[in-house]
Design a binder for this molecule. Structure first.
Ligand code: WTA
Length: 651
């Protein structure tokens, strides 16, 4: 509750500048009208948006078919995502967009590539034909394990063109993590690259794929983009060079007319228990949601240069680097590498160089740059910027103020956007020309989104109060399920409250109806804006021959939001020493990837447990963050364990 109180002290309010309001896609009047419609009839609101923002081959018969917890949107309608992102910008009154930059790409070494809408269309058609020639058919899954190169966007759009759902696995995941995801989705083909660039050096991807596909019976071929030219092993009969296959491919490929509910992609995300969940999104509703929110929240105009810094391997990259911007006919910037390479001003250099006008990033990055010093952004001309966005974790008011002042030059509105892999698109956010902002608040739900805050019994909390963030009405971009696990889908999201989606976040609503997101209330840690389940890290640790038991918790961290702390009880014969710490960190990196590598490993003879055997995480969290252990410990099985852990703290 202390957090809630400290946020309440935040009383600064920022009104949109009249210069911005005057030109905004959604002004106050329009936003209020939509809000009203969304409140009285969310289905009608979304139908209107689907008509305005998406091109359909066949109109839908029914807007929403809701059999909780299963929703179908735009039933009977037919469309195609790649058609919406490409073809419609080449035809009729939009045909002038043919030669507009769709993607401005910059590699970490400084090489660049600009793809116009017509070039991107051609590349996508070609790769769709490559997929077909490899036997990929409508409904087959394709795994994309790639660096941030234009070929990733091309491959995604090619999949959507033929109706083959993609499953993108972030390039930082290990071979084991990749193998599990390929097997869960039973992907037929993987697209990868020899490697990519990060922190000034090439890293390998193909070698990881080689290892993963040793145990993936469903994989028939591996397409390899040549990016770094590092030596790779090439298995004839299975492996194909991207450039060789593309050289022969036809530039003509009609977009498949897909059902609105045709699976669009699977994206794996962490849960509280067991394996990652394959979050399933479908075609028409997702496209409506991301395109509508993109136009309204990012206020996109045809001459904007928009840059979202997320990796496409996460949902933010899917929805707001590729699909939302391209469906809106925008110019989207893609950057391959590390924010601070070759110097701490790389991002600001990119903004100046490309004239970025809309910039969307994560609080963890903002906090890193605060620490690096104001001189780096100040040494660049950032006057092209007109709007800033934040996503992935709560933004602390001081980071918000810095972003506003140093990056936004006090003139750019900030949209703090709350959403999740599961929601597909933004759910709670300011509308920049219509809503006053308060540093640290995501403001209000988007029109047509029925967000609320419940207490434990499922009652709406009244007045100025906190509780659990829920969504009471289905929305078009909502996940349609967990891949092949309807039971887990029901339990995870719909098992807490009746017919209501449980987001797993705590939130507070102030007297003006503004939402303040407090972060996860379950055992999912948010590290640098990436969700990592404590369970996954624990499973990785106990899979080491040295470990008997492990418990993982998050501790607040100034830069990354959360740091991973592992409490490990080693097997009898193992000596707990620095070498073991190193080995275990390495082990987690191998099992899951560097993103899940614990910051700290602490040894203990036994973990504190309740009488029923549950690990007392609250206690461990307090110990990890150096707090005095608070609260009731009468259910502790072994008090000496607690004492030992505190001692180890003082070492
Ligand atoms: C957190 C990322 C506060 C939240 C799009 C959520 C946020 C989780 C915000 C989803 C925000 C995301 N303010 N918290 N603006 N945006 N979160 O699936 O805890 O990677 O549940 O989706 O990130 O993370 P995911």
């Amino acid at each position: 509750m202390a957090d809630i109180e400290s946020l309440l002290k935040e009383s600064r309010t920022f009104k949109p500048e009249s210069d911005f309001t005057r030109q905004a896609n959604w002004n106050k009047k329009k936003t209020n009208e939509y809000r009203k419609l969304g409140e009285t009839n969310p289905t009608k609101f979304w139908a209107q948006m689907a008509k305005q923002n998406v091109s359909w081959f066949t109109p839908w018969k029914k807007v929403l078919d809701w059999k909780p917890p299963f929703a179908k949107w735009f039933v009977g309608g037919k469309t195609n995502v790649s058609y919406n992102c490409l073809d419609r910008h080449l035809e009729g009154e939009n045909s002038w967009r043919k030669n507009k930059a769709a993607i401005i790409w910059e590699g970490e070494p400084g090489d660049t590539r600009i793809l116009t809408y017509s070039e991107l269309h051609r590349e996508v058609c070609k790769f769709a034909n490559v997929l077909k020639s490899q036997g990929v058919k409508k409904g087959d899954r394709v795994c994309l394990y790639m660096p941030m190169v234009p070929e990733l966007a091309i491959a995604m759009l090619a999949c959507t063109r033929i109706g083959a759902p993609h499953s993108i696995v972030f390039g930082g995941f290990s071979a084991d993590a990749l193998r599990d995801r390929i097997n869960d989705a039973e992907a037929k083909l993987v697209v990868t690259a020899d490697g990519g660039y990060r922190k000034g050096a090439p890293f390998a991807l193909k070698a990881t794929v080689d290892k993963a596909v040793e145990n993936t019976p469903s994989i028939e071929s591996v397409v390899v983009v040549e990016r770094t030219k590092q030596p790779i092993e090439f298995r004839t009969g299975r492996d194909i060079w991207w450039h060789e296959a593309m050289a022969e491919a036809s530039t003509k490929c009609a977009p498949a007319k897909l059902d609105a509910e045709h699976p669009l992609f699977i994206l794996y995300t962490s849960g509280t228990t067991g394996n990652p969940k394959g979050i399933l999104h479908t075609t028409g509703g997702y496209l409506t949601h991301v395109t509508t929110t993109f136009k309204a929240i990012f206020d996109i105009k045809d001459d904007d240069v928009y840059w979202c810094t997320a990796d496409i391997g996460w949902i933010t990259g899917h929805s707001y680097v590729v699909y939302g911007p391209l469906a809106a006919g925008a110019t989207t910037v893609m950057y391959e590498g590390t924010p601070t390479h070759p110097g701490p001003d790389r991002w600001w250099d990119l903004i100046e160089k490309w004239g970025v006008s809309i910039f969307y990033t994560a609080p963890t990055a903002i906090r890193t740059f605060i620490r690096l010093g104001d001189e780096h952004p100040k040494s660049h001309d950032l006057s092209s910027l007109r709007l800033l966005g934040s996503v992935g974790e709560p933004i602390n008011p001081e980071a918000w103020m810095w972003y506003h002042r140093v990056i936004g030059g006090k003139r750019c509105p900030i949209v703090d956007t709350w959403w999740q892999t599961e929601t597909g698109g933004i759910m709670i956010s300011s509308i920049p020309g219509a809503v006053d902002t308060k540093p640290g608040s995501a403001t209000k739900p988007f029109p047509g989104i029925e967000a609320d805050i419940f207490d434990e019994e499922g009652n709406t909390v009244k007045g100025d109060a906190g509780g659990f963030l829920v969504l009471k009405h289905p929305w078009p971009g909502m996940l349609r399920g967990i891949w092949r696990d309807p039971k887990r889908f029901k339990e995870t999201y719909w098992g807490t409250y009746d017919k209501t989606y449980f987001a797993g976040d705590g939130a507070h609503r102030d007297k003006n109806g503004y939402f303040w997101i407090m972060g996860r209330i379950d055992d999912v840690m948010n590290v640098s804006g990436h969700r990592i389940g404590t369970m996954e890290v624990e499973s990785a640790l106990v899979s080491s021959p040295d470990v008997a038991e492990a418990a993982v918790v998050g501790r607040p961290d100034e830069i990354t939001g959360t740091a991973i702390v592992a409490f490990v009880s080693p097997k009898g014969t193992t000596t707990p020493d620095d070498a073991l710490v190193g080995r275990l960190k390495q082990h987690v990196t191998k099992e899951i990837g560097a993103i899940a590598r614990p910051t700290e490993i602490r040894f203990t003879n036994a973990l504190p447990k309740t009488r029923s055997g549950k690990i007392m995480r609250r206690l461990l969290r307090d110990i990890a963050s150096g707090k005095e252990v608070a609260g009731d410990t009468s259910t502790l099985e072994d008090f000496s364990v607690l004492a030992k852990l505190r001692e180890s703290d003082e070492d």
